[in-house]
Design a protein around this ligand. Structure first.
Ligand code: NDP
Ligand code: OXD
Length: 315
């Protein structure tokens, strides 16, 4: 096997703390040369790049680039930009810390809606002592759109709490404790049993705008939406209409078409919407470095890359 020393990695993610990532990368592969953008050095020496939102024209200016690693799981922004040179493999982040964070977020908000936390908080502010009807988790139907790394883990955790969980994916899946639906034909049946709908789809040509009036109309009256995937999945005006006419009871939104969410956006003070600032799951270098360094070793040894993005499919 070729030593990693003959290889150079460029860390070029201004959104991620290089001072945390680089020592961990060095410790994992001591003989790998590492440069931190903007100190690129000789562009022809760079073999691997670690990016999130790559600086403009950076990657296309690296003639020997062999693999691009995303520090995020969603690669829609990298694919949509013209940042990625043709033919260079792109690897998305698969990281236990990211998965755990997303599952916590989904469970937290599913439980909050299920146990009427917002209603009790409103009652507290009004000094009202009123016990509202409660529902057993086994009688609460939760639907998870996307049964990939994140969706499947969240669905399993919800099932462990005894929710009646179903999931929807592009191809057929089997997740223990989860009723699995797939494909466009099975979407209506899946939606009809989603009182709490969680979106964990990648943003692709097929999924953009999927959370629209038609989809909301197929959910049970009084359902809620948790969107922790991408803002581009949601047709914002359709959500506002569905909430304002009372068809949907609420929404928890972590991601938005425009981030940061503009200060004058109606979501901020909508009484049925909870906003979080794209923090459902964050990539922790302590756990995330392993996937990148294992992949670098695999690549050098001619083995397959974990998390390789199918650029045509879009995820
Ligand atoms: P994966 O690629 O592992 O899973 C994607 C899932 O979506 C798969 O089950 C796939 O189906 C399904 N899917 C894709 N296209 C369709 C379609 N057209 N119809 C039905 N199902 C479809 O992704 P991850 O679970 O790792 O991540 C999901 C997304 O979560 C990311 O793309 C990102 O946008 C978002 N994210 C958000 C974060 C946040 O903080 N808010 C943090 C991290 C990620 P199949 O299994 O058949 O391929
Ligand atoms: C991701 C994200 O895709 O942070 O990892 O949204």
């Amino acid at each position: 096997m070729m030593p990693a020393m003959s290889h150079t990695l460029l860390f070029a993610s201004p959104d991620d703390a290089a001072e945390e990532w680089v020592p961990l990368l060095r410790a994992a592969i001591p003989d790998l040369a590492i440069r931190v953008w903007p100190d690129v050095g000789d562009p022809a020496a760079i073999d691997f790049a670690v990016v999130w939102r790559p600086p403009r024209d950076l990657l296309t200016g690296l003639p020997k680039l062999k693999v691009v690693f995303s520090t995020g799981a969603g690669v829609d922004a990298i694919l949509a930009s013209d940042a990625l040179p043709a033919g260079v493999p792109l690897v998305r982040m698969i990281d236990e810390g990211l998965t755990e964070g997303m599952t916590e977020y989904v469970v937290l908000h599913a439980l909050a809606w299920h146990r009427k936390l917002r209603q009790y908080q409103a009652q507290q502010r009004a000094r009202v002592w009123r016990q509202l009807p409660e529902t057993l988790a086994r009688d609460r139907k939760v639907g998870v759109m996307g049964l990939g790394v994140l969706g499947a883990d969240a669905a399993r955790a919800l099932a462990a709490l005894r929710f009646d969980v179903s999931g929807w994916s592009r191809t057929a899946k089997a997740v223990p404790g989860v009723r699995c639906f797939h494909g466009a034909d099975e979407l209506p049946a899946f939606l009809a049993r989603s009182e709490i709908l969680v979106c964990l789809l990648p943003l692709t040509a097929d999924t953009r705008g999927i959370l629209d009036a038609r989809l909301f109309g197929r959910m049970p009256a009084g359902a809620v939406l948790i969107n922790a995937a991408r803002g581009g999945h949601l047709v914002e005006a359709d959500l506002l209409a569905a909430l304002d006419d009372g068809w949907l009871a609420g929404a928890t939104l972590d991601v938005f078409g425009s981030e940061p969410l503009p200060v004058d956006h109606p979501f901020w003070d909508h009484p049925a919407i909870e906003v979080t600032p794209h923090v459902a799951a964050v990539t922790h270098p302590r756990t995330a470095v392993r996937q990148i360094t294992t992949n670098i070793r695999n690549f050098i040894a001619g083995r397959a890359l974990e998390g390789l993005v199918d650029r045509r499919r879009g995820y």
